[in-house]
Structure formats: structure tokens, C-alpha cells
Ligand binder design. Sequence first.
Ligand SMILES: Nc1ncnc2c1ncn2[C@@H]1O[C@H](COP(=O)(O)OP(=O)(O)OP(=O)(O)O)[C@@H](O)[C@H]1O
Length: 275
Amino acid sequence: MSYSKHNTLLYVENLSVAYGDKVIIKDINFVEKDVVREGSVTGQVIAFVGRSGRGKSTLFRALTGLVKPTTGKILIADTLTDGGNDAKEVEEGDVGFVDQKYTLFRNKTVYEALLFALRNQKMTKEEKHDKIMSYLSEWGLEKAKDQYPNELSGGQRQRTAIIEQIFCSGHYMVLDEPFSGLDVGNIEDAKNAFNLISSLHSFNTIMYSTHDIELAVELADSIYVIGYPTIDGEHAHYGTIVKHFDMKALNLAWKEFGLGHLEIVKQIKTAMLAS
Ligand SMILES: Nc1ncnc2c1ncn2[C@@H]1O[C@H](COP(=O)(O)OP(=O)(O)OP(=O)(O)O)[C@@H](O)[C@H]1O
């Protein structure tokens, strides 16, 4: 495998992360291209599933530059070079990250926080206002517009944090378990918003981890199963990619959930149980 510039969104080679001498993830290799969806622009959803403790959060910390790889490299497009065609190693701040705590500014209302997230965008005041209002409506946050974080529910806080990152991230955005702790209605809202983002926003790929396999199969264009590999009949105790489903190649991406999707759910569960 070698890095090729063409439409490469993310290039991960031989990645491992160890804390002290404990290897958490190892031998991780994958490439994600910026795909163009027919009749639309770029943007996609990539899901990571796997049993607890297999290293999904650790992988995400590496993909966002919060933890340095012990070996290997993580390359993203260098948008600052001419044409944005060269690669650079990912650094903290390059990509958006929403962790499970979804921290917000204590002294800013939802609206103010989102306006702040748009501060570097070349848009008029009205354009910013319209953009914020359309997201608030899409994410079911209209009533929370003028509330402070301590007046919001967990789901509302999380959605605000997600929109903030959408507004200020290029490249891709990483979300650690965005659907956990949400009720059925909130999950529907978030699902719609995911679809909206991947179909409308160029250069804005979502990568997220989840324990909800059905939802991953429904939403994602690409699904990675992170688990402990079996080597010479023995379980190794570090996480790696044990299976990958390219939903586009399988002709299942952006389709109504059907029998084909159900079969993938079964295969993912089998892969998870074995790892
Ligand atoms: N800072 C750290 N120092 C040492 N070990 C760590 C550290 N962070 C995580 N680990 C260990 O790394 C392993 C993987 O944890 P991680 O949180 O990445 O898994 P996960 O797949 O995201 O789990 P979950 O699905 O439960 O969130 C665990 O055994 C955890 O104890």
C-alpha cells in the first residue's frame, strides 16, 4: 500500500498505539477516498463497530491527532498547499472530534456557540444566521436556541457539539458513539441529519463508532469491524481491523434497509463475536 493523492481523504498505514508497553491497537491499514455521489457532491459516513475495549476510542484519538501513533502514519490532504493535493500527518485541531462528554462553552447559548464556530467562515451575518437556523431546525434544537448548556438535555448538548464541529471541520469529523444515550426520537433526528450532511456538504465525511450495528448498516457507506485478531489459532490482545464492508461496492449504500443489509448485520455480528 502506498499513498496516492487522488481524492484521498484519509490514509492510515501500519498504525499502532501503545500506552506504555501495552499495545492497544496494531497493524491498522486503510484508505478512504472522497467519493462523489451521483447527482450530488462529496461527503460520506464511515462507521466503526466492535466489542467494548477493542480500541475504537484509541483509534479515534489517533485519527484526530490527540494521541501520536507509536508506529505508522495517518495522512490527510494538506489543504493549505496549492490545490490541496499534498498529504500531511494529522494534527490536533485539523479535524473535528465529538467525544462522549460533548463539552460546550458554559457562558454561550446554543446560538452563540454556533455563531462562534462559524467565526472563520467567509459568510455574511445573514448567511450565518440562516445556516444556524436551518441546522437548529434540522436537528430539533429550535426551542433550545437561547439556552445555556446547563439548561439543555444530554441529547441537545450533544447535537449542539456535533453541529459546532460540522461548522468548523474540514477533512472529516470523528464522533465517538454519537447515538448512545439518545432516545428513539433523538436517534431519528440524528439519522436524518447524518443523511443530510453526507448528501449536501462537500468534503465533510463523518466517522463514528457505535454499538448499534443495524443503524451502522443503514447509515454508513463503509463499515470497519475492530476486534482482536486470531493469529495461529490464538486471540491476540490488541485491536485491529478484522473485517471491512464497502457498502458502495456491495451496492447497499444509500438504499432502503433490506435483505442485503440484514445479511451484513449478521456477518458483522459473527465477526464481532469471533474477535
Ligand atoms: N490512557 C490509557 N492508558 C492505558 N490504557 C488505556 C488508556 N486508554 C484506553 N486504554 C485501554 O485501551 C483499551 C481500549 O480502550 P478503548 O476505549 O480504545 O476501547 P473502545 O473499543 O473504544 O471501548 P468502548 O466500546 O467500551 O468505548 C482498554 O483496555 C483500555 O483500558
